[in-house]
Design a protein around this ligand. Structure first.
Ligand code: SAM
Ligand code: SF4
Length: 438
């Protein structure tokens, strides 16, 4: 059987996007080529997300669509990777018997072996045991972008927030050795990359289980020393583990951008307790104050869950009040979604969909106003922008400020890849407009 070309459909977060870059790198090393069209590929990989029910539904409807293709071309191989693969394992086959391979996020390094075996093996293959050495492996990677790269620094999560499936699907927390991470960043610099975003579910606890005294601020300092990398970002920080050392790193390391995504989830202590977040509203606000004292113009964004089981109107009001108090630059807001195996499933007080919808709309409306106001304050300021491509608006270039705000600039294409100083001339809710400073 010929398995020369492949197409990956990715659902979910940056971590999944990056896992797809790794699968592409692995398969290209095996002599396969990425096909931009699903119809022409010999193998289709669905890299799935299970964080909310909606993501799961999107995957199953895509899988349903692929059945038609498989009926037309029985030689086509269909693989399911990522979090739903890990969650469902063999069960995927009872729903979609035409699937050929199922493998979890920590098993993707076994792709060459699976592809080779599949050439002579007609039965479906399931690989969800997880490679215990995955975090120590060098994985070939073909990146989507030429300037900005994701770098995984750790896998898994030990936090067990009561709504979240991640610890069950991505396993216990494992940090990559600092030398491997710095080596990868050096190689990225050699290839011309200018910005790295360090990825982990809880980057602030980086280093746990490693020899010596590896920790996140020390890692940032090592990466800050890599020549030719201009900008460093990271996601995600758990508020409980946000240390003074990290605040100092944000203040003192010149390449670490003034940007922090610090998911709060709720403004109510009762709900934070029920979520097992292990910080209080006051502790969270104290950290925001210390951050802003140290880095006055820092951009801060967050995640909010509305309609968690037991969330009363007054709890929800506390979340609205927190948004007013913090004045975030942006938020990702979600309706609570029931996830298999999580503790919150068994909590009392699950709310009707209509209440969740209403609260979500309220949160988004309030935040829309705050974001627009915050962006408006940037008009006439001068911002350093990394020009990264053509703007979606057409005719202009696009880039990002150090605070991660999108900027459209009228400038020649030769500036793509450069850091330029830009005066902001207009601001909307989603982006800014600016002119290059002469
Ligand atoms: N590790 C990160 C953290 O703790 O902030 C983020 C992990 S998760 C991929 C991204 C966001 O999805 C979470 O911050 C949370 O707001 C949201 N989320 C996770 N589980 C959810 C659920 N069951 N229902 C709704 N939103 C959920
Ligand atoms: Fe999920 Fe909480 Fe871990 Fe984030 S910290 S991945 S929300 S369990």
């Amino acid at each position: 059987m010929n398995m020369k070309s492949f197409h990956i459909i990715t659902f979910g977060c940056q971590m999944n996007e990056h896992d797809s870059e790794r699968m592409t790198g692995i398969l290209e090393e095996q002599g396969c080529t990425a096909s931009s069209a699903v119809e022409h590929a010999d193998m289709i990989i669905l890299n799935t997300c299970s964080i909310r029910e909606k993501a799961e539904q999107k995957f199953y409807s895509e899988l349903g669509r692929l059945k038609k293709l498989k009926d037309e071309r029985p030689d086509l191989k269909i693989a399911v990777a990522g979090c739903i693969a890990q969650q469902e394992g063999e069960k995927i086959l009872s729903r979609a018997p035409y699937v050929d391979m199922v493998f979890g996020p920590s098993d993707l390094s076994r792709l060459p072996e699976m592809v080779e075996k599949k050439r002579s093996w007609s039965l479906p293959m399931i690989n969800i045991a997880g490679d215990p050495e995955y975090h120590r492996k060098h994985i070939p990677t073909t990146r989507i972008d030429r300037l900005k790269a994701w770098v995984s620094i750790m896998y898994g999560c030990d936090n067990y927030c009561t709504y979240c499936v991640v610890p069950y699907l991505r396993g216990r927390e494992r940090s990559r050795p600092p030398a491997d991470i710095v080596g990868e960043v050096r190689e990225l610099a050699r290839q011309g990359f200018k910005e790295v975003t360090l990825l982990g579910q809880n980057v602030n606890s980086y280093g746990k289980g490693l020899e010596g005294d590896a920790n996140f601020p020390a890692l940032l300092s090592m990466i800050n020393d890599v020549p030719d990398i201009e900008r460093i970002r990271f996601v995600t920080s758990h508020p409980r583990d946000l240390s003074d050392g990290l605040i100092t790193a944000l203040r003192d390391l010149p390449k670490v951008c003034e940007f922090l995504h610090l998911p709060v989830q709720s403004g109510s202590d009762a709900i934070l307790r029920a979520m097992n977040r292990r910080y209080t509203r006051e502790e969270y606000l104290g950290k925001i104050r210390r951050l802003r004292e140290a880095v006055p113009h820092i951009t801060i964004t967050t995640d909010i869950i509305v309609g968690f089981p037991g969330e009363q109107e007054r709890d929800f009001e506390m979340t609205m009040d927190l948004l007013e108090e913090v004045q975030y630059d942006g938020i990702f807001a979600f309706k609570y979604s029931k996830r298999p195996g999580t503790a919150a499933l068994k909590h009392d007080g699950h709310l009707p969909e209509a209440i969740k919808e209403k609260r979500l709309a309220q949160v988004l409306e309030l935040q829309g106003e705050i974001t627009s106001r915050n962006n408006g304050k940037l008009v006439n300021s001068v911002q350093e922008v990394l020009v990264d491509g053509m703007s979606k608006k057409g005719g202009t270039l696009s880039g990002r400020t150090r605070g991660n705000k999108a900027v459209n600039i009228d400038a020649p294409a030769k500036l793509i890849g450069s850091l330029v100083m830009v005066r902001i001339t207009a601001a909307g809710m989603n982006s800014l407009t600016g002119q290059i400073c002469e």
